[in-house]
Design a binder for this molecule. Structure first.
Ligand SMILES: [Zn+2]
Length: 386
C-alpha cells in the first residue's frame, strides 16, 4: 500500500500492520514488530483496533511441551466480500472473493450481443441475485473491481472497447448508483501489472504482456503504474509493426501488433494454411507439439512478430523484466529464448523475459485485490479512531 496517501503516522502504522499480516498470512506480534519496525506498544494498540473491527483474528494459545507458542494474527477472510468483473471479448466473468482474495464463486455471462444495454442487464440481474443470497458478514460487499480489455480513462469511464464497439460507457457510475459501494474500473493490462507487482515486488520497472484474443499490456515504472495523462499509455497492442498491412485492425488502424500476435491472429494465420479450420488456440499448440509444418511456419512468424513488439517496449522503457502471460508461451516455454534471439538491441543483454504465474485470472484478481486494499486503506483512515 502507498503510505504517502495516509493522513498521519498512526494511519500509516495501521496500514503497515495490516500489510504485514496480508503478506505473511500468519504472523506474530513480535514478527510484525521486526517487519514493520514498530514498537510493541504501538502494535498492541493497533492490533486491538483491527481485532475490534473484525478485520483480523488471532489463534488460540496452543499447548506445547516445548514452551508457549506465540499467538498468530491473520486476516478475517469473511469480514466482507469483493465482486470482480472481467469484461472480455466473448464473455463477462464475475468472481466473488473473500478478503484474502480467494475466489468463492465464479459466473460467466456469454456476450451473445455487442449491445451494452443487454449485457449490463444480465450483469446486474446476476449481481442482484448473488448479493441477496450472500452470507451475512460485518462489511458485506466492500467494493466492485472491473477489468476491461479496452481503453479506460482515469475516471473509470470505458472510452473504447474496439472488438465490442463500446464507446464512452460510465459503468462505474451505474454500479455505484445501484449498489452504493466503491467501484474501480481499469484496463486489464494495468490490473495485471498491479497483480504482478504484488507477486514480484523486487522489480520496480517492468512490462506485462498478456496475449489472449487481444494483446494487453501493463507498465510499472519506478514502482508506479504508468497510465499517462488520460490513462491510455499502455495500449501497446495497437502500436504499428507493419506499415504495409491492408487489413484493418479492430481499432481502425492498419498493421497493429495485436493483428499478428493475439491468439485470434495466430488462429487466423493457421486457417489460411490448413484445410480443416481450427477455432481454439489449444489446437494450434497441439499441432506445434507434433511439429505440424503449417503450425511451425505460424509459430516462427509469431516469434518474430512478438520480438518486434518487445524490442519496441524495451527501447521506450528499458525495463528490468518483461512478464508474459500467454497460453502459447506457457505451453511452449522454449520459444522465449527464440524471441530473445530475435530482439536485436544492444541494450538487451540484461533484459529478462519470464512467464507469469498468475494465469488467466491475473487481471480479475488484480481488480479484486485493488478493491480489498482500498477497503483496508479507507478503514485505516477512518476518523472514528481519532
Ligand atoms: Zn489496432
Amino acid at each position: 500500500m502507498n503510505i504517502n496517501q495516509t493522513k498521519d503516522i498512526r494511519t500509516a502504522n495501521r496500514i503497515k500492520i495490516i500489510d504485514a499480516i496480508i503478506k505473511n498470512k500468519e504472523i506474530s506480534r513480535v514478527e510484525i514488530s521486526k517487519a514493520a519496525n514498530l514498537n510493541k506498544a504501538t502494535i498492541s494498540t493497533i492490533v486491538k483496533e483491527w481485532i475490534d473491527l473484525n478485520i483480523i483474528t488471532e489463534t488460540e494459545l496452543g499447548s506445547s511441551s516445548g514452551g508457549r507458542k506465540p499467538i498468530m494474527l491473520m486476516q478475517n477472510p469473511n469480514a466482507g466480500y469483493c465482486i470482480a468483473i472481467d469484461i472480455g471479448v466473448t464473455k463477462i466473468k464475475v468472481i466473488i472473493t473473500n478478503l484474502c482474495n480467494e475466489i468463492k464463486e465464479t459466473y460467466n455471462i456469454p456476450l451473445v450481443t455487442n449491445q451494452f444495454v443487454t449485457n449490463y442487464k444480465q450483469l446486474y440481474t446476476y449481481l442482484d441475485k448473488v448479493i441477496s443470497a450472500m452470507d451475512p458478514s460485518p462489511y458485506g460487499i466492500i467494493g466492485i473491481g472491473i477489468s476491461v480489455r479496452g481503453v479506460v480513462d482515469l475516471e473509470g469511464v470505458i472510452r473504447n472497447v474496439p472488438i465490442l464497439k463500446w464507446k464512452n460507457i460510465d459503468i462505474r457510475s451505474l454500479l455505484i448508483d445501484r449498489y452504493h459501494v466503491p467501484v474501480f474500473v481499469n484496463n486489464d493490462g494495468n490490473l495485471m501489472a498491479l497483480a504482478e507487482q504484488e507477486n514480484n515486488n523486487q522489480y520496480d520497472n517492468f512490462a506485462v504482456i498478456s496475449i489472449t484474443d487481444v494483446i494487453s499490456t501493463g507498465l510499472v515504472i519506478n514502482g508506479k503504474l504508468l497510465q499517462g495523462h488520460h490513462g491510455f499509455a499502455n495500449a501497446i497492442g495497437h502500436h504499428t509493426i507493419n506499415f504495409t498491412e491492408t487489413a484493418q485492425c479492430s481499432c481502425g488502424k492498419y498493421g497493429c501488433w495485436e493483428q499478428y500476435c493475439s491468439n485470434d491472429a495466430v488462429i487466423n494465420q493457421m486457417n489460411q494454411l490448413i484445410d480443416k479450420p481450427i477455432s481454439r488456440i489449444q489446437e494450434f499448440i497441439a499441432m506445434v507439439k507434433i511439429q505440424d509444418p503449417s503450425a511451425m511456419i505460424v509459430l516462427n512468424q509469431f516469434i518474430k512478430n512478438l520480438a518486434i513488439g518487445i524490442d519496441n517496449i524495451i527501447f521506450v522503457l528499458d525495463c528490468e523484466v518483461i512478464i508474459i502471460n500467454s497460453e502459447i508461451v506457457s505451453a511452449l516455454p522454449y520459444i522465449i529464448s527464440e524471441v530473445l534471439k530475435n530482439t536485436v538491441l544492444p541494450i538487451t543483454q540484461t533484459q529478462d523475459i519470464f512467464i507469469s504465474q498468475l494465469g488467466e485470472d491475473a487481471a480479475i484478481l488484480g481488480a479484486s485485490k485493488h478493491c480489498i486494499y482500498n477497503f483496508y486503506t479507507e478503514l485505516a483512515n477512518h476518523p472514528k479512531y481519532d
